[in-house]
Design a protein around this ligand. Structure first.
Ligand code: TTP
Ligand code: MN
Ligand code: MN
Ligand code: MN
Length: 387
């Protein structure tokens, strides 16, 4: 290949993210970081369609197996809309995109990022506050708005929760969770899901999927786990939602129902530092986009512990493969897999089941590999799902 005088052929890329292997961070980080800002900005404006278009472009570029050098190499690639192409061209020619720079420094983007960075605050709430002129935590606190329990915890631990969770911290949380789960139900299985299962080196939280090999043994487990965590003083906040899922004749998880119905717990753990100051500093350096807090809140200063967001999900073993696939992400990868299922196979995929609309029946699976096979997709390992 060296010295080949012929221009390199265009990249070959499939149009659905679930047909591609997408490692982290990929070979085009300048481009993907920029598109991610535009996607986030659209999402923060409540413009889902526009956000999705930028996410698809971002995912495609992350999947390419080498660095894009010039606009000519983009010819024939799917997922790149006109807007994304203009931004990419700008970046390739000038090293920066004025649109991205303007977005990043715009008061709206900064305020929305800061406000949605509060645990328990979604886009709608943040938008309402921003419209009232609230742009900082200090302004929020003097505004007189009453905050719910989640938001209060979000403010209290703002600094900690906006500091990325490192791999070491995720491993420390795993040890805590496994200890508690095994003490309340021997034989139960704990699996790390989310970004850390995809091989990411840092994340905004730690996600766990819990099951037991005997169907039914997992019933009520979430409450026992929470009670045990609380008795050991490991929880700073928790909100448990109980819900059962039953297969219905209508077909599992319509594409619209992205919320699943497992017993789950959004929580904030109290993670004691054993080896932490260094880990924390390293993790901090990994996310340059991180929102900085102007006023140091109940900071990590001097405390021998820190707050970490943890999601716990309990699944019956019969749905485990679907739950694991659904909770491993990335969000775009999941979304694309569901879109593939409906459009290319007339199937509905959810975190609970796979329904074949032509055969009018559910397709069983006891591993992720089987789900990909049912869908006629080549298997993509978790580390390749970083679309
Ligand atoms: P997240 O924890 O939000 O994202 P992540 O782990 O990929 O990245 P981060 O480092 O920011 O934490 O979600 C993990 C997966 O869980 C994601 O693929 C979608 C899934 N999920 C659901 O299935 N239902 C839900 O209600 C939520 C919030 C997530
Ligand atoms: Mn996560
Ligand atoms: Mn996230
Ligand atoms: Mn999560």
């Amino acid at each position: 290949q060296q010295g080949d005088p012929v221009e390199a052929p265009a990249f070959l890329a499939a149009s659905y993210a679930c047909q591609r292997n997408t490692p982290q961070p990929g070979h085009n980080t300048l481009l993907t970081a920029a598109l991610s800002v535009l996607a986030e900005s659209a999402e923060l404006n409540g413009d889902e369609g526009r956000g999705l278009a930028f996410r698809r472009s971002e995912g495609l570029l992350r999947s390419l197996d080498r660095r894009v050098q010039g606009p000519a190499e983009l010819r024939g690639l799917p997922c790149l809309g006109d807007h994304s192409q203009r931004v990419i061209q700008d970046l390739l020619e000038n090293g920066v995109s004025s649109e991205v720079e303007e977005t990043k420094s715009s008061p709206r983007y900064r305020a929305m990022k800061l406000l949605t960075g509060i645990f328990g605050v979604g886009v709608k709430t943040a938008k309402r506050w921003f419209t009232e002129g609230i742009c900082s935590l200090a302004q929020l606190e003097t505004s007189g708005h009453s905050l719910n329990a989640a938001q209060q915890a979000g403010i209290k631990y703002y600094t900690d929760l906006n500091q990325p969770v490192s791999r070491e911290e995720a491993d420390a949380v795993s040890v805590m969770v496994e200890g508690v789960v095994h003490s309340v139900l021997p034989g139960a299985r704990v699996t790390l899901a989310g970004g850390f299962r995809r091989g990411k080196m840092s994340g905004h939280d730690v996600d766990f999927l819990i099951t037991h090999p005997d169907e039914g043994k997992e019933e009520g487990l979430i409450h026992k786990i929470i009670a045990c965590l609380e008795s050991r003083g490991l929880l700073l906040y928790q909100q448990t939602t109980r819900n059962t899922y039953r297969e219905s004749a209508k077909g599992a998880g319509r594409p619209s129902s992205s919320m699943d119905r497992f017993d789950r717990c959004f929580s904030i753990f109290k993670l004691t530092n054993d080896s932490s100051p260094e880990d924390t500093r390293r993790a901090q350096q990994q996310d340059p986009e991180r929102v900085r807090v102007e006023a140091d809140q109940t900071g990590s200063g001097g405390r021998p512990w820190r707050a970490v967001r943890v999601d716990l999900v309990v699944s019956p073993i019969s749905q485990f493969a679907f739950a694991l696939l659904g909770w491993t992400g990335s969000k775009l990868f999941e979304r694309e897999m569901r879109r593939w299922a409906v459009r290319e196979r007339s199937m509905s995929l959810s975190s609970h089941a796979l329904y074949d609309r032509n055969q009018e029946r559910y397709l069983r699976a006891s591993s992720e590999e089987e789900i990909f096979a049912h869908l006629g997709l080549e298997y993509v390992s978790p580390t390749g799902r970083n679309a």
